[in-house]
Design a protein around this ligand. Structure first.
Ligand SMILES: *Cc1c(COP(=O)(O)O)cnc(C)c1O
Length: 504
């Protein structure tokens, strides 16, 4: 039997021998009595059962992932796949020479995705692409490839190459802003307007100049799920390139739509069928149906990925090309992606996406029926419902989002980017595991929340005001509802400007 001298810490009672700590109930042990170590590594060791229990219990206070309607990221997979994930959790993906099968599996995934996106890959050719941690890393790599290609061309032409820019819509996901800032590329954003929440192709192409390294179009806007008109961008840009002699390419950010469009809208031309589309990213962990930690970027051809971005390492064995930002990472997600591809096949993905769309429809109809909301999302796009309040004079979408929490639902509310900041919406993302019965339950909870809100004195006068007062340290007692609403709008505008949206 292990006998230990417990001294100090953990709320224990000092110098007594407590051999029973190791054999009796975890909850009965002294490890569960005192405050848990937080900011400094504790001096002493504790039993594994106690460590497990402490952390497990604290995590109970997190939200329930499957009720998190804010995120596109997968929250459910089949137990067989969970088994594969756990079996490979100790495999470092970068050790390609040691784990050649895992490397081969990633290459199979890249090729499947390239074909799904209609890359011009011959029968005896392999596609060019790589697995990443998510679309953000994929976008960094694609952006770097464009920047390098553009610089090479400018240098060859004897022209300045220090002011690269990218043209996008103001609705881009925050990772594009990261790319712009980290890699010193100016982001030229096409402003939105009320009722039109994606990049306007005409305006985008107008903004293109000789320093534009690419136009980034989004297949499935994060905010409304709407597909941008990539075909139109391709058409207008082809014309502009012809007139100017430039060579401006297109990148498609298909983080969420890349695994929707091929199955639901096979005739929609958004991918490598359009000649100017040189690279596409997609999140394996969104509608690729894998847990968080996998994304993909695929290039049209070898020529579109400059050699200088590829590193060759040999200290782990043979020569290995690598072109990711990180070095080490887990292998599980890539293996899980391959599981989904071969398990579901085209047929399986298609039926899952059809179900998601059907459930989105049920939810949309239910929300419409309340009479309180305008639907902002479109019928064609990523399966989500974005909706705004018709009348925000008594309470706002932010109050509604707060109230949903009481029912366990996590539904984000946010304002639109410039120039539609005055529109605030709620958004529910429909994932594979969000069933029709959950959709119906959500609708009935929305009804309950609205009834409660309608019966209470104006929320603008209470929580929002307290919120604003806290932030502005101001006295609002004598302000009119209109003034308070202006304050709220100002607060949210500032919040959005500082942090972009909290949606992912
Ligand atoms: C989610 C998302 C991203 C970021 O993807 P991660 O896989 O979370 O890094 C980029 N663009 C769009 C349009 C997205 O929806």
């Amino acid at each position: 039997m292990v006998v230990t001298r417990a001294s100090g810490g953990g709320g224990g009672d000092g110098d007594e021998y407590r051999s029973s700590d190791y054999v009796h109930s975890t909850f009965g042990s002294r490890y569960m009595q005192g405050p848990i170590p937080k900011w400094r590594m504790p001096v002493q060791t504790i039993p594994k059962e106690a460590a497990y229990q402490i952390i497990n219990d604290e995590l109970m206070l997190d939200g329930t992932p499957r009720l998190n309607l804010a995120s596109f990221v997968t929250t459910w997979m089949e137990p067989e796949c969970d088994k594969l994930i756990m079996a490979s959790i100790n495999k470092n993906y970068v050790d390609m020479d040691e784990y050649p099968v895992t490397t081969e599996i990633q290459n199979r995934c890249v090729n499947m995705i390239a074909h799904l996106f209609n890359a011009p890959v011959g029968d005896d050719e392999v596609a060019v692409g790589v697995g990443t941690v998510g679309s953000s890393e994929a976008i960094m790599l694609a952006g770097l490839a464009f920047k390098r290609k553009w610089q090479q061309k400018r240098k060859a032409d004897g022209k300045p190459f220090d002011k690269p820019n990218i043209v996008t819509g103001a609705n881009v996901q925050v990772c594009w802003e990261k790319f712009a800032r980290y890699f010193e590329v100016e982001l030229k954003e096409v402003k939105l307007k009320e009722g039109y929440y994606v990049m306007d192709p005409e305006k985008a192409v107008e903004m293109v100049d000789e320093n534009t390294i690419c136009v980034a179009a989004i297949l499935g806007s994060t905010l409304t799920g709407e597909f941008e008109d990539v075909k139109k961008v391709n058409e207008l840009l082809t014309k502009k390139n012809k007139e100017t002699g430039w060579d401006t390419p297109i990148h498609v950010d298909a983080a969420s739509g890349g695994f929707i469009a091929p199955f639901l809208y096979p005739d929609l031309e958004w991918d490598f069928r359009l000649p100017l589309v040189k690279s596409i990213n997609v999140s394996g962990h969104k509608y690729g149906l894998v847990y968080a930690g996998v994304g993909w970027v695929v290039w049209r051809s070898k020529d579109d990925l400059p050699d200088e971005l590829i590193f060759h390492i040999n200290y782990l064995g043979s020569d290995q090309p690598t072109f990711t930002l990180n070095f080490s990472k887990g292998s599980s997600q890539i293996i899980a992606q391959y599981y989904q591809f071969i398990r579901l096949g085209f047929e399986g993905y298609k039926s899952i996406m059809i179900n998601c769309m059907e459930n989105a429809k049920v939810l949309k109809e239910g929300i419409k029926k309340t009479g309180h909301f305008d639907i902002v999302s479109k019928d064609i796009g990523v399966p989500l419902v974005a909706f705004s309040l018709k009348d925000s004079s008594r309470y706002t979408v932010f109050n509604i989002a707060d109230s949903f929490r009481r029912f366990g639902w996590i539904v984000p509310a946010y304002t639109m980017p410039a120039d539609a900041q005055h529109i605030a919406v709620l958004r529910v993302v429909i994932r594979e595991d969000f069933s029709c019965s959950l959709a119906e339950r959500l609708v009935s909870d929305i009804d309950k929340v609205l009834k409660e809100m309608d019966s209470l004195p104006s929320h603008i006068m209470s929580s929002e005001r307290a919120h604003v007062a806290l932030i502005e340290n101001d006295d609002h007692v004598n302000k009119t509802v209109k003034q308070i609403q202006d304050d709220v709008t100002r607060h949210w505008k500032r919040f959005v400007k500082e942090s972009k949206t909290g949606v992912c």
